[in-house]
Design a protein around this ligand. Structure first.
Ligand SMILES: CC(C)(COP(=O)(O)OP(=O)(O)OC[C@H]1O[C@@H](n2cnc3c(N)ncnc32)[C@H](O)[C@@H]1OP(=O)(O)O)[C@@H](O)C(=O)NCCC(=O)NCCS
Length: 207
């Protein structure tokens, strides 16, 4: 049993959660206004090659996914944050957590707009999320599943200090499973801020 915001229902259906800030990024909740930018990212075949069915998404599919992300976030008090460039305020993708399989537990997930690859931004966001997983969510271990051919993602996970612990079939896809345990995590000196906020109940958020 994971000690994940078991007392999250703070008052009148509101859920306690956080937004994160790093040196170059803000990880905040998605809003309906993000749909245009998010759809621009998810219609890029390079970005989508190793996500889901491995194909670009329509705007409607992206909107459905975004609502799913928001609903899950409001229900659990954690999930995938919108990743925003502090310089300019542009939406760059997402980073945060999913929870798709009981046996796997909480998974790290990320997606970055193609023009921003290779700048260390995904690593910066992911490192903050790993810290949050241990500092705030109090996880004992954090997983990450990616497709075997996703070399960039695998390298990123290794750079985060995660280890390849095996292979796993999930939602019909062969995946490699990476993991980091609480005792193996060492925070670095990078800027990291976790700002508390209260989320509206899931139903209000998704209508
Ligand atoms: C995965 C992702 C977030 C990585 O972000 P990124 O900014 O591209 O990361 P980088 O370009 O800094 O590359 C990460 C590492 O992979 C290395 N790398 C880059 N291209 C590589 C390749 N073709 N083969 C192996 N390693 C590669 C980089 O050198 C870097 O390692 P280093 O810091 O030790 O040098 C980004 O590529 C992305 O959003 N991809 C699409 C979405 C996705 O696949 N998400 C994961 C789903 S599980």
């Amino acid at each position: 049993m994971l000690p994940l915001f078991q007392t999250a229902r703070a008052r009148a259906g509101a859920t306690r959660a956080h937004e994160l800030e790093t040196a170059r990024l803000r990880l905040r909740l998605f809003t309906p206004e993000d749909i245009g930018e998010l759809s621009r990212i998810t219609r890029d075949p390079d970005v989508m090659r190793y996500i889901g069915e491995g194909r670009p998404l329509t705007r409607d599919e992206t909107e459905y996914n975004m609502k799913t992300i928001v609903r899950a976030f409001c229900r659990r008090g954690y999930g995938r944050w919108a990743m925003v460039h502090k310089a300019g305020g542009r939406l760059l993708g997402y980073c945060g957590f999913t929870r798709l399989d009981e046996e796997v537990g909480v998974e790290l997930a990320y997606m970055l707009s193609r023009p921003y690859w290779g700048m260390g931004l995904a690593a910066e966001a992911a490192r903050a999320c790993v810290r949050y997983a241990f500092d705030t969510l109090k996880l004992e271990s954090l997983a990450a599943l990616t497709m075997p051919g996703n070399a960039r993602s695998r390298r990123l996970l290794e750079n985060l200090g995660m280890s390849h612990v095996g292979d796993r079939r999930l939602r019909g896809y062969e995946c490699v499973e990476y993991r980091i345990r609480r005792q193996d995590f060492r925070p670095d000196g990078a800027l990291y801020l976790a700002k508390p906020l209260l989320l509206p109940p899931p139903d209000e958020e998704t209508t």
